[in-house]
Design a protein around this ligand. Structure first.
Ligand code: PMP
Length: 370
């Protein structure tokens, strides 16, 4: 069969990450610093809510935009937090689902999307697949929000500025001052901001400020995957002020013909999750962050992560991240090279969402390689 595969698939390059996993397949019981999900399980209370929902018959489609009660809870949350009177809300199949719908609804071929580099992988590949143009703005070496560079990158073709705080892969949390400054610039140029706040609960040193509190034309994405360790339940939400309700309506229309709705029994569990306190988990993860950071800071160049469960560490002088990762894997440690999340190949990502014992082992291996 000739040309069976659509051209757009060639816009996605998953070779970097595939190479790591191929190398990793040969390892027995490695120290795995590559996993992007919490090492705890869904809290029992929330598991029971999902079981109860299945038994009570919540097994059919919901409304496309989500269960009314869940949408009501989300509305209450964002109204309280950002003062949005009549927010538009869509429950999505994870934040990934929300991102796909947003890009499908917004990005025409040739449209530019500004993305601070390093970035979460999905943005680049989906935007490329749609014929959009990713405009990367260099956030090295401190990974603070490069506000001035973002301002310089805005053109007539700019459709969206993407923010991700706390950030995957750097763990950096944007400060209130950076966010306010970006809000001012976005308002001046009248550009939409998409803020991916999937790690908002994992903030260790301060509250995570959201640009949604400072800029009305913000598309807010949050999820249930990370905070409640339910990555397999595929739940997230998109919310925006009334001024962006057309965008949410178009995304809902696309959801109708793609995902149809987010998984229904888990939407019921998400209603309970909205009131579930995860601060104990966050305290444990703060300690893991400290364990990792204190173990590496004297030997490696790294910024202390303020949130999420990642650290983005500079590979030793004279080696690319890819070379260093190969060396680490040969020593039974799994890490991800920075070029999976960046246009550069100078750093590697650590996920410390693992046991303290594994963190100590991983730190020892890394320190032995330098
Ligand atoms: N955004 C970021 C920054 C992420 O790290 C992830 C998960 N790795 C997602 C979105 C997608 O999460 P989910 O689809 O499980 O909600």
């Amino acid at each position: 069969m000739k040309n069976i595969i659509a051209d757009r698939t060639s816009k996605i390059d998953a070779s970097g990450i595939r190479k790591v996993f191929a190398l990793a397949a040969s390892l027995k019981n490695p120290v795995n610093f590559s996993i992007g999900q919490p090492d705890f399980d869904v809290p029992d209370k929330l598991k029971n809510e999902a079981i109860k929902a299945i038994q009570a018959g919540y097994n059919k489609y919901s409304q496309t935009a989500g269960d009314e009660i869940l949408k009501g809870k989300i509305t209450e949350q964002v109204r309280g937090e950002f003062g949005w009177e009549n927010p538009a809300v869509l429950v999505s199949s994870g934040v990934s689902g929300g991102l796909l719908l947003a890009f499908l609804a917004l990005v025409n071929p040739g449209d530019e999307v500004i993305i601070p580099d390093p970035y979460f992988v999905i943005y680049k590949h989906v935007i490329n697949m749609l014929g959009g143009k990713c405009v990367f703005v260099d956030g090295y070496p401190d990974f603070c929000l490069p506000v001035d560079k973002i301002a310089d990158a805005i053109t007539d073709k700019t459709k969206i500025i993407i923010l991700n705080s706390p950030c995957n892969p750097t763990g950096v949390v944007n400060t209130e001052q950076e966010i306010k400054e970006l809000a001012r610039i976005a308002a001046e140029k009248d550009v939409l901001v998409l803020t991916d706040e999937i790690y908002e609960k994992f903030c260790y040193d301060m509250d995570c400020p959201s640009i949604a509190g400072y800029y009305e034309k913000t598309l807010l994405m949050r999820g249930f995957s990370k905070a409640y360790a339910m990555t397999g339940w595929r739940l997230g939400y998109v919310a925006a002020s009334e001024s962006l309700k057309d965008i949410i309506e178009q995304m809902t229309k696309i959801q109708q013909y793609t995902f149809v709705c987010a998984p229904v029994p888990f939407q019921q569990a998400a209603i309970a999750a909205m009131d579930y306190d995860v601060s104990d988990f966050v305290d444990i993860y703060r300690q893991k962050r400290d364990l990792l950071y204190n173990g590496l800071k004297d030997k490696f160049e790294l910024i202390k992560p303020g949130g999420a469960f990642y650290a983005f560490v500079k590979a030793p002088e004279g080696t690319t991240a890819t070379e260093f990762v190969e060396k680490a894997i040969a020593n039974n440690l799994l890490i991800i090279p920075g070029n999976v999340f960046s246009e550069k190949d100078t750093h590697f990502r650590i996920s410390y969402a693992t046991s303290d014992e594994k963190i100590r082992q991983g730190v020892d291996i890394l320190c032995s390689l330098i």
